[in-house]
Design a protein around this ligand. Structure first.
Ligand SMILES: Nc1ncnc2c1ncn2[C@@H]1O[C@H](COP(=O)(O)OP(=O)(O)OP(=O)(O)O)[C@@H](O)[C@H]1O
Ligand SMILES: [Mg+2]
Length: 234
């Protein structure tokens, strides 16, 4: 499987690199392993809120957020994925769902929850980002966002949050106190040591709980697999 050199169409195509019955065996196994590791990293029966971020753009946050959601949904867990990357949202296009109205519209009071929660697959719903707002950070820091997360935790087993990169904007850090654990996506041959160190520094400053990192697009024995998970001991 080639990375980044594929045609532009393929890059924006709904369903590209998403987990399904036709995914290669190794990919299915990688997501099962990720799911198991996340489950054991966050013990307890209460609902879990998991954030996906990275140091820079295009490392595979959204792809891995959707795929982990699919993986949990496949074993009967109730999942909702929120596209909180309101600057460059991609969850709607990846899942083939309508972008508007979405999270931004809900947070400014222009849409109701029932209008923004979209059914994606059995056991999995999505809230797309909605219209691109002038101040996404302000919306994420709002009381309404805190209330929304609390309500979603009552309704779903896993609330997955797709975020922008930490080194670019503060959105991930702002939500850190409501997120039970972060998965940090590091793409093979993309992020460098300095970027990753800076990401850790910024997340630790906001006292974020880091579950581990997903090494995305990793070459294994000359084949490109989607991802590997590494726990980050804390
Ligand atoms: N393991 C992979 N193998 C091949 N292509 C991949 C892989 N992971 C992601 N991609 C592709 O790379 C591009 C970026 O992935 P994705 O949108 O998931 O990254 P992102 O970190 O969410 O980006 P952004 O910072 O822009 O939100 C997409 O076109 C996606 O299909
Ligand atoms: Mg993304």
């Amino acid at each position: 499987m080639k990375r980044q050199k594929k045609s532009k169409d393929k890059l924006t195509q709904a369903g590209a690199f998403l987990l399904d019955d036709n995914s290669p065996f190794a990919v299915k196994e990688a997501y099962k392993a990720l799911r198991t590791n996340v489950t054991f990293s966050l013990p307890g029966s209460e609902s879990k809120c998991i954030g996906f971020t990275s140091s820079e753009r295009a490392e595979g946050k959204s792809t891995n957020a959707v795929n982990l959601g699919i993986s949990f949904a496949q074993i009967g867990k109730r999942v909702i994925l929120l596209d909180c990357d309101m600057r460059l949202p991609t969850v709607a296009s990846k899942t083939g769902l309508q972008q508007n109205p979405g999270l931004s519209d809900l947070l400014v009071g222009e849409a109701a929850a029932k209008d923004v929660i979209r059914h994606y697959i059995d056991n999995m719903d999505v809230i797309p980002a909605g219209q691109i707002p002038p101040d996404p950070t302000g919306l994420l820091a709002s009381d309404l966002m805190v209330k929304l997360l609390a309500k979603l935790k009552e309704l779903y087993d896993y609330v997955l949050i797709d975020l922008p990169p930490v080194n670019t904007v503060t959105d991930a850090s702002i939500l850190s106190r409501y997120i039970d654990g972060f998965l940090l996506v590091v793409r093979h041959e993309a992020a460098n040591y300095r970027d990753v160190t800076e990401m850790f520094r910024l997340l630790e400053l906001s006292e974020a709980k880091i579950l581990g990192f997903i090494y995305n697009d990793a070459p294994v024995e000359s084949k490109k697999y989607y991802s590997h998970y590494y726990a980050y001991g804390k």
